[in-house]
Design a protein around this ligand. Structure first.
Ligand SMILES: [Fe+2]
Ligand SMILES: [Fe+2]
Length: 163
């Protein structure tokens, strides 16, 4: 199903978050300039997840979920799962600031976090957004997109070229 224009700005951020998730995983495909060592991935993960993933999840909880909750049981059940995942992702990002973690543990944490984020974003894209496009009116989706754009103006720029 083609993405509704109202959900396109959210899907755009998802591509950027997925990009980060893939880079921090074990055995990520190498490309020029990408963080390669575990230490480089840690620095990259701290900066990019704090700058992009945390505000993205906050916007979902402030704008997206309240806008679509209470109309459809499938959507409501998905939101409950997604919020639980947000808590886990946020807690796991916080552990990236722990000191004195050995390299093997760190590599495992980054890999697990990458998988968790990827699973979460795909659930939003493939389950939540698909469902929203069938149960919400065109106007409601457009309104959501406008609210999202207004809330995120200027905040997602630094990875534009990499998405
Ligand atoms: Fe989310
Ligand atoms: Fe999301």
């Amino acid at each position: 199903m083609k993405r509704h224009p109202g959900l396109v700005p959210l899907s755009h951020e998802h591509r950027q978050v997925l990009f980060i998730a893939q880079v921090i995983r074990r055995g990520a495909a190498r490309y020029r300039g990408a963080p390669a060592t575990t230490a480089e991935k840690l620095t990259y993960a701290r900066q990019s997840l704090t700058a992009l993933a945390l505000p993205h999840m906050q916007r979902e909880e402030d704008i997206l979920f309240p806008a679509v909750r209470g109309r459809d049981d499938v959507v409501d059940a998905l939101i409950a799962v997604l919020i639980t995942e947000h808590r886990r992702i946020t807690a796991d990002i916080a552990t990236l600031h722990d000191d004195e973690v050995d390299a093997a543990t760190l590599e495992e944490r980054l890999n697990a976090l990458g998988i968790l984020i990827e699973t979460h974003v795909r659930r939003e894209e493939r389950a939540l957004f698909q469902r929203l496009q069938t149960v919400l009116a065109d106007e409601a989706l457009r309104e959501l997109g406008e609210q999202w754009r207004a809330a995120s103006a200027g905040s997602m720029c630094f990875l534009e070229g990499e998405a």
